[in-house]
Design a protein around this ligand. Structure first.
Ligand code: FES
Ligand SMILES: [Fe+2]
Length: 353
């Protein structure tokens, strides 16, 4: 169960090249391609002729051509032509609203009439030369809410990421969780600790000593439908922590777009945006590599957790203090789902011919 009237990251811009890309988002099988002007279109991945997936076709002169019998599809979902056939009466297939922005392609899998570009999150770091971004994509077989739980409770870092960002002070320091409208914020600050290896690398990357005590912070922000941005960083101890002058700290935003593929699988777009040494491409690469390794450590845990939950659907799970961020985020999701269901129930039934 996921909200459908929302913008989700379906793919990164560079995934849609001169070939069609097939991808399922929120249980909708979609095909993405670029037309002759380079504009991306998203259609249902279903050829109106015999139901072949259009993603197995190719793009010729900006038109999507079915790989089975050559039907040419327009970006409006209407058939353009087919060799030796009259195709004008073919029923149109469904198209999906999309926006290409910030290096991603965002789609709205729900009611097209409700797709409002103003509802797309504003990502300041994606538009500014003062920031650099590096990231990647993992496919994970788990309910998207398990990943939200994971990111809204970073005590798991001590165990899952023991050799990179984990440290015992995370468990020892309680986090504080608050809800502001649809946003859930859970934060933790640790003072006068030694930085773990990933943050030592980041300090060195910013030209700072890595062998002195630091203040470390983690501010996790959930926003619907399933985005989690985490402000993270370390500053030399006593320099103001989160508010320290940039000369004394290494900080960044962990970017997590969690897009449901099905009820039990996700496309996980992860990355890190940083505003120190943005021009340093080698640093971007080494952070991406480190983060990719760290985030790959969550995969097995989440997939095996999902399998356990599917095998024991009625077992009660425990909710501890550390789970507050995930629990509150799930409440927001449930509220939005209930609103969507109410709106669906109130909508007039579709006319039947
Ligand atoms: S199924 Fe696509 S052209 Fe026949
Ligand atoms: Fe993790």
């Amino acid at each position: 169960m996921f909200p459908k009237n929302a913008w989700y990251v379906a793919c990164s811009s560079d995934e849609v090249t001169d070939k069609p890309l097939g991808r399922t988002v929120c249980n909708e099988r979609l095909v993405f391609y670029r037309d002759a002007e380079g504009k991306v279109a998203a259609l249902e991945d279903f050829c109106p002729h015999r139901g072949a997936p259009l993603s197995l076709g190719r793009v010729v002169d900006g038109k999507l051509v079915c790989g089975y019998h050559g039907l040419e599809m327009g970006c409006d979902g209407k058939t353009v032509a087919m060799p030796g056939q009259r195709v004008r009466g073919f029923p149109a297939i469904r198209t999906f609203p999309l926006i290409e922005r910030y290096g991603f392609i965002w789609i709205w899998p729900g009611e097209a009439a409700q797709a409002d570009p103003a509802k797309l999150h504003h990502l300041e770091w994606a538009e500014s030369d003062e920031w650099a971004y590096g990231g990647g994509l993992y496919h994970i077989n788990c309910d998207y809410r398990l990943m939200v739980d994971n990111l809204m409770d970073l005590t798991h870092e001590t165990y899952v990421h023991a050799s990179s960002i984990g440290q015992k002070e995370i468990d020892e320091t309680p986090s504080a969780t608050r809800v502001e409208g649809d946003e859930v914020i859970t934060s933790r600050t640790m003072e006068n600790i030694m930085a773990p290896p990933f943050w030592r690398m980041a300090l060195r990357g910013n030209g700072l000593a890595d062998d002195v005590p630091v203040d470390r912070w983690q501010v996790c922000r959930f926003t619907p439908p399933s985005h989690v941005m985490i402000e993270v960083g370390v500053a030399h101890a006593g320099k103001g922590g989160y508010d320290a002058d940039p000369a004394h700290k290494a900080s960044s935003i962990v970017v997590d777009f969690i897009t449901p593929e099905t009820d039990t699988s996700i496309w996980y777009f992860w990355g890190m945006a940083r505003n120190f040494r943005p021009e340093d491409k080698a640093l971007t690469d080494s952070i991406r590599e480190g983060q990719g390794q760290i985030f790959s450590e969550d995969l097995e845990m989440l997939e095996r957790q999902q399998r356990n939950l599917l095998a024991h659907p009625t077992r009660n799970l425990l909710k501890l203090n550390i789970d507050a961020g995930g629990v509150q985020s799930r409440r927001v999701i449930e509220r939005i789902l209930a609103q969507e269901q109410q709106a669906d129930a109130a909508a007039p039934a579709p006319a039947t011919a």
